[in-house]
Design a protein around this ligand. Structure first.
Ligand code: UDP
Ligand code: MG
Length: 323
């Protein structure tokens, strides 16, 4: 019998977990042709999330959990989930029921019967979202697709079912700065998109503020595109050309019309503008350098404090003895 692993990254989800577990186990009963494994990743929650998961695990042996030593972010949670999943197919789901479990049978059917490697989901509307947020989100998607080969689809969620090839492909990308939306798009493979309308969170609060989303968007651009570097070079080049033209104009003017020595304010403006552009360029360069610096440290993507998963990868505490 084939097995589906449901990976659920959880951060302070005590309010939503009960409903989630009920829904997903009800769905598992509707799919008797497959085995299920529920792999909860407790991403350093500060509430009773871990206790809840452990409670499920006591009663249900399909429930596995990995609890991080601190909050490493959803991306790390997804990575840990994929790394420790034992199923033939893996599906990543949020704990807040915004990803409808009812789509699972359809996803499974597309992979099994129609030969897709991966079935993703995207929400087709942004109902209930502030318009300014939607505007920035849309702009971000347009921008990142133009300047990178990550192929990020607007509205795409992390909710997707993958076969082993896709899981392996994602795990082979071992970067520390993980931008999952980009990674999922970058790997390619045959992907089917299911569309659904946005669903509100069942309980608890979203972990994303506008500022966090903005930084996340910048992360994505830095991780998947070097266009900002090209742009800063082009701006530098344009400034140089402009400066040369101006030098010629001034020489010409001085030779033919004499030099009235005006223009102190314009000089200050030009110096300010150019030094501003220079600092911007250095800043962009610095961002890439910082990312490279973090990558070269080769730090683990996550650290485990507690788990009931048997074979943990080498960098976790429990596994160190046997590695
Ligand atoms: N999450 C996580 N670590 C974090 C932030 C979020 O594991 O640092 C989990 C969270 O528990 C949820 C999922 O990622 O299951 C999506 O988070 P959220 O619902 O806040 O995001 P949204 O659906 O609003 O994009
Ligand atoms: Mg959510």
């Amino acid at each position: 019998m084939e097995k589906i692993t449901v990976v659920v990254p959880c951060y302070n989800e005590e309010a939503a977990l009960g409903a989630f577990y009920q829904e997903i186990s009800a769905l598992a009963r509707k799919m008797p042709q497959v085995l299920f494994e529920f792999l909860f990743i407790n991403d350093g929650s500060r509430d009773k999330t871990l206790e809840k998961i452990k409670f499920f695990a006591q009663q249900d042996e399909r429930v596995k959990y990995i609890s991080f030593s601190r909050n490493f972010g959803k991306e790390a949670g997804i990575y840990a989930g994929l790394e420790n999943a034992t199923g033939d197919y893996v599906v990543v789901m949020d704990a807040d029921l915004q990803d409808p479990p009812a789509l699972l049978p359809e996803m499974y059917r597309y992979i099994k019967e129609e030969g897709y490697d991966c079935v993703g989901s995207r929400r087709v509307d942004r109902k209930g979202e502030p318009p300014i947020r939607s505007f920035f989100a849309r702009t971000f998607y347009r921008l990142i697709n133009r300047i990178s080969d990550a192929n990020v689809v607007d509205g795409a969620r992390d909710f997707q079912m993958m076969n082993r090839d896709v899981v392996q492909a994602i795990l082979s990308m071992k970067e520390y700065n993980r931008f999952s939306k980009g990674i999922f798009g970058w790997i390619g493979f045959r992907k089917k998109w299911l569309e659904y309308e946005n669903i509100a969170r069942v309980a608890g609060e979203t972990k994303w503020s506008f500022w966090k989303l903005f930084l996340y968007a910048l992360e994505g651009i830095l991780a998947f595109s070097t266009a900002p570097l090209v742009i800063s070079s082009v701006v530098g080049l344009v400034c140089c050309i402009l400066a040369f033209v101006m030098i010629f104009v001034i020489i010409f003017r001085t030779l033919y019309f004499g030099d009235p020595t005006a223009g102190w304010p314009s000089l200050v403006c030009i110096i300010l503008l150019l030094s501003g552009i220079q600092m911007l360029g250095i800043g962009i360069l610095g961002q890439y350098l910082a990312k490279t610096y973090l990558e070269t440290k080769r730090r683990p993507i996550y650290l485990v404090r507690e788990s009931n998963v048997k074979k943990l990868p080498c960098h976790s505490r429990e596994a160190q003895i046997s590695c």
